[in-house]
Ligand binder design. Structure first.
Ligand SMILES: [Fe+2]
Length: 276
């Protein structure tokens, strides 16, 4: 059964999450309300300037093309303005949310080509680490790749298929697929490995580690292996999967028999990212 906004608001308050869920619509969206303070604009500029210096070197061209097309850099983005551009490119738009939202609501948005973006920004003392995803993570990390047609298609399909795969017992397995692609994915570019995943694009230290460190463990993307490999949320990843292209991700997700993969592995021991 799907959780109501009121119950979810209570859960979030109990966990100490900071979004204001009292003003949510039933699909967990809110108005962005573009009334950011000068201090918040300054935090955005610091994060964006610092990260852009890295992304120029370490981000995949498709991410950088997305930034260029959307113009994301110098101030807190106005979601409506960005949505106008994104709609023309891939038919996606942004919706504002107060923070994390329940998985079914998240999947419904993806299935309709709506990407939920948190409407508040971290504080100055949280430049390097924040527990919850904020606007910088959601926007700077996730949105540029949505300008790329094959990735945009993958994200919609993910939203469409997720609930059915969870019902088959594949909840953990499809979470891993999202984690190792949309959050921590790497991709080939002219013989080099570059990054596009949002967890990397919004992290100052892990982006450098993942792409440049000789200790970063790069593994060729294989959908079945990804779905079997566990991850940890508060450490650097012990494996990064490298896609040949976004088309390979979309086609792999579309054409693989995901139900059969889930049936084969859901009760089997998981793979350790350090040793795959
Ligand atoms: Fe994310």
């Amino acid at each position: 059964m799907e959780i109501s906004v009121q119950d979810y608001a209570r859960e979030c308050a109990d966990k100490g999450l900071r979004g204001n869920y009292d003003v949510c619509r039933s699909d967990f969206t809110v108005e962005q309300e573009y009334d950011y303070t000068d201090a918040e604009q300054e935090v955005w500029r610091i994060l964006s300037d610092r990260q852009t210096k890295l992304t120029k070197r370490l981000a995949h061209k498709s991410y950088l093309d997305g930034v260029e097309a959307l113009g994301l850099i110098d101030r807190i983005p106005d979601f409506d303005e960005v949505s106008q551009k994104l709609r023309k490119l891939t038919g996606w738009e942004l919706v504002a949310v107060p923070g994390l939202i329940p998985a079914p609501a998240f999947f419904d948005h993806l299935a309709e080509r709506r990407f939920p973006v948190t409407n508040w920004l971290r504080k100055h003392e949280e430049l390097d680490y924040i527990v919850e995803p904020d606007m910088f993570h959601d926007f700077f990390g996730h949105v540029p790749a949505l300008t790329q047609p094959a990735f945009a298609d993958f994200m919609q399909m993910y939203g469409q298929k997720a609930e059915g795969l969870i019902e088959l017992g594949g909840g953990d397995m499809i979470e891993r697929l999202y984690w190792y692609t949309a959050e921590f994915g790497l991709m080939q570019e002219a013989g080099q490995v570059k990054a596009f995943g949002a967890g990397l694009m919004s992290s100052f230290s892990e982006l450098q580690f993942a792409v440049e460190s000789p200790d970063a463990h790069h593994v060729p993307f294989d959908i079945e292996t990804v779905m079997r490999t566990v991850y940890e949320i508060d450490k650097f990843q012990r494996a990064y999967f490298v896609l040949p292209s976004f088309s390979a991700l979309r086609d792999g997700f579309e054409k693989s028999d995901l139900a059969a993969i889930i049936a084969r592995w859901k009760d089997a021991p998981v793979l350790d990212p350090a040793t795959i």
